[in-house]
Design a protein around this ligand. Structure first.
Ligand SMILES: *Cc1c(COP(=O)(O)O)cnc(C)c1O
Length: 227
């Protein structure tokens, strides 16, 4: 079974999960995570009409996606990995959605870059729901304040929240926490759920699921920590 078959069966599973909990399947969008795979691996999916992709490293995305975009201009590319402030220019250039806004330095750099470039990627804030020291993301207890700072100090519109739950824990409390923070801040997009837990994320309100290995196959070498 190739990536295209797995894309199709993953789409079906998403549809089922949404329908089962009374949601409109079109309210859940699938980000196919192509990190560590070469550009050619995305071509069959693009040819079949899939357009939403995720990468966790700016450099890797820069090497793959501008070429593909020439042929498929309506790609929606998401940055789902950490962003360094010296990479914000490149990130604003490359990505349609940046999901890893998580500190004021980045918010400030993005706000300056957006003003300069005239490009307007959609922005999500990453929340470190498990308060893991090695993981990126704003702490849950600081989320409201950070969201207010993005809006009031940096003029940034935040459209979504993203989280990566700890690998060794039940994901549902983390998804519920993210949904809660989003609801009280009137944020509509929730990027949560990966290959192993996207059905649960859909039950808890995910509007984007980020799926890599279930579609692309196992990654050859471990991706660097995405958080
Ligand atoms: C790699 C990655 C994914 C996809 O993970 P799979 O388990 O392969 O589906 C999702 N989100 C982030 C942030 C990632 O780095």
């Amino acid at each position: 079974m190739g990536a295209l078959d797995r894309l199709i069966s993953t789409r079906e599973a998403i549809c089922r999960a949404a329908t089962d909990c009374g949601r409109d399947p079109s309210s859940v969008r699938l980000i196919c995570v192509t990190k560590t795979f070469p550009a050619e691996a995305a071509v069959p999916l693009l040819e079949a009409g899939h357009r939403i992709f995720g990468e966790n490293r700016v450099q890797e995305a820069a090497a793959k996606w501008p070429k593909l975009r020439e042929k498929y201009p309506d790609i929606e590319l998401h940055l789902i990995g950490p962003l360094q402030s010296n990479k914000t220019r490149e990130a604003v250039e490359l990505f349609d959605v940046i999901e890893s806004v998580d500190r004021e330095k980045i918010a400030k750099a993005l706000s300056e870059e957006i003003a300069k470039s005239g490009k307007r990627p959609r922005l999500f804030v990453q929340v470190n729901t498990g308060a893991e020291p090695q993981k990126a993301g704003v702490l849950p207890e600081n989320a409201d304040e950070f969201l207010a700072a993005c809006r009031d100090l940096y003029g940034l519109r935040i459209d979504g929240l993203m989280c990566v739950p700890p690998v060794d824990q039940q994901a549902s409390p983390h998804f519920a926490l993210l949904a809660d923070i989003a609801a009280r801040n009137k944020i509509s997009e929730l990027s949560m759920g990966m290959s192993s837990d996207f059905e649960l994320a859909i039950q808890l309100g995910a509007t984007y699921v980020r799926i890599g290995s279930a579609i692309m196959g196992e990654r050859d070498y471990p991706a660097p920590p995405s958080a």
